[in-house]
Design a protein around this ligand. Structure first.
Ligand code: D5M
Ligand code: FE
Ligand code: ZN
Length: 474
């Protein structure tokens, strides 16, 4: 395998820096001659070799778009899509679907053999081979290497990621139930695969986000928590006034619309509205104060009234009496096309799992975890932890199609990042620090909204804790 450091050095010899995606591309292709061809294409005034300098790599957009691109359209996660679970067998269907979809994405980049074929005869012994499977188990060995049990439909094998190998940092981030490809060498006893290279489904190098062909702006928020005694009503009203006078046409709410009832022990002591209907009614009244031209997308989160298992159904009609016609209720997750720009809205319950499992991950930098979701092309890979997952015929938590924007919430800390053309926005909250968050040392960033320009995909942050909200530098 080509070493990362050798590739970097080769570029440095030409006084060039190199984008990490270019390094990954060269390693995946295993073609050392690519380096010179890339260098040839970097103009003399340019200091960084980027994906655009790779010969033969042309930007592409996926074809998942509507003719005429309607103003706002729920592409995935329309209400009544989520179904109840019938029986345990549904989980077999569910994980098979996850495997088929994600392995299909990886298969385009490597030629994989069924795991069972590795044991069938001796032809793979000490030979290089590639498999694609789901992480059934993963642990760190006493020597600091990473050992994973990887399973496909035909069998399972232990795979060792040596901590001395380049690329080990990615193996350290392996989590249960994600789907990966591994190129490695089979041990002489056929009991172990020594990994050389890890493939994740990932965002294609060639992905180019769509931008609206006409002006338009969307405000992205989450975690309003109406009904809580820490809900910031004054700041919300100031946001509402500002929004009414703005040129914003869409408001997207990524869950925890209200504080709910019985979500955590002793919650009743922290509620100003202890009736769930009143909580939704109050939010409905707030939203009805906004001009009817603003289309509002309402998605649920773990504090909302629907089942906690994902995908979560839309807020049922009986709670929607005070909501005007411009409110569109969707499931969690949901993909909405806003003037053709696809926004994948996901509340973000899986942060609680991913932050505990990925070394270095923290609530403060949740936007970095969004990158991890995109690499895995999955919003919530780990089954059986804090995030309940409802089995279905299709794994709706798979990230497909690739969105222009990934919009989450849950952590109550605003964060923005970019990954391979996807803009990641973790919206803040409209609730000040709760007793639980104080205990957990979580310092929220309340009363901020991200405004997205749909023609440029540029985000801007407005702070409603201040009297004159002006965009903050990003
Ligand atoms: O989540 C509010 C915040 O609390 C958010 O930062 C996630 C964090 N949180 C929520 N549940 C847990 C558990 N069980 N452990 C650690 N941190 C957690 P919200 O969904 O609004 O209550
Ligand atoms: Fe919340
Ligand atoms: Zn939440």
């Amino acid at each position: 395998m080509l070493a990362k450091s050798a590739i970097i050095e080769r570029f440095l010899d030409e006084k060039l820096q190199v984008h990490p995606d270019v390094i990954t591309y060269i390693i995946e292709r295993g073609d050392i001659s690519l380096i010179d061809r890339i260098i040839e294409r970097v103009p003399s005034e340019c200091l960084v070799a980027s994906l655009s300098h790779i010969p033969g790599l042309y930007p592409s957009r996926d074809g998942y778009r509507f003719v005429g691109d309607p103003e706002i359209e729920v592409v995935l996660g329309r209400e009544y899509t989520a179904r109840p679970i019938d029986n345990v067998g549904d989980y077999i269907t569910y994980f098979n679907n996850r495997y088929t979809t994600l392995s299909g994405i990886i298969r385009g980049r490597c030629n994989a053999a069924p795991i069972e074929a590795l044991f069938r005869n001796d032809r793979y012994i000490q030979e290089e081979c590639t498999i694609i499977g789901m992480i059934a188990d993963v642990r760190t060995t006493s020597n600091g290497h990473r050992m994973a049990q990887i399973e496909d439909r035909t069998g399972a094998i232990n795979v060792l990621f040596n901590r001395g190998h380049s690329g080990f940092d990615e193996a350290e981030k392996l989590v249960h139930d994600e789907v990966v490809g591994v190129k490695g060498t089979l041990s002489s006893e056929k009991t172990l695969l020594f990994a050389d290279q890890l493939y994740r489904p990932d965002i294609p190098f060639s992905y180019q986000p769509y931008m609206s062909d006409r002006p338009g702006k969307a405000a992205l928020i989450s975690d309003i928590h109406v009904g809580s005694n820490t809900f910031l009503e004054e700041e919300w009203l100031s946001f509402s006034d500002w929004l009414s006078d703005s040129d914003i046409s869409y408001l997207l709410i990524a869950g925890d619309m209200v504080d709910g009832i019985g979500i955590y022990p002793g919650q009743e002591k922290e509620l100003t509205l202890s009736n769930i209907y009143e909580q939704y009614d109050r939010l409905g009244e707030y939203l009805s104060d906004l001009p009817s031209r603003i289309k509002i997308i309402c998605a649920p989160g773990n504090h909302d009234v629907v089942r906690g298992a994902e995908p979560q159904p839309a807020i049922p009609e009986q709670f929607r009496k005070k909501y005007s016609k411009n409110c569109i209720f969707v499931e969690n997750p949901a993909t909405v096309s806003v003037q053709g720009v696809k926004v994948l809205m996901y509340h973000g319950r899986s942060y609680d799992d991913l932050i505990s499992m990925i070394p270095g991950a923290s609530y403060v930098d949740a936007a970095d975890i969004m990158t991890e979701m995109l690499k895995r092309r999955h919003l919530s890979p780990c089954y059986g932890r804090r995030t309940p997952i409802a089995a279905a015929i299709e794994d709706r938590l798979v990230i497909d199609p690739v969105p222009e924007i990934l919009h989450t919430g849950h952590v109550h800390i605003l964060g923005i990042s970019h990954y391979r053309g996807v803009l990641c926005i973790n919206a803040g909250t409209w609730q000040s620090q709760t007793a639980f968050q104080k205990q957990m040392n979580i310092n929220p960033t309340p009363a901020k909204t991200v405004v997205l320009d749909l023609m440029t995909l540029q985000p801007a942050v407005y702070d409603f804790m201040s009297t004159e909200p002006t965009p903050e530098p990003i």
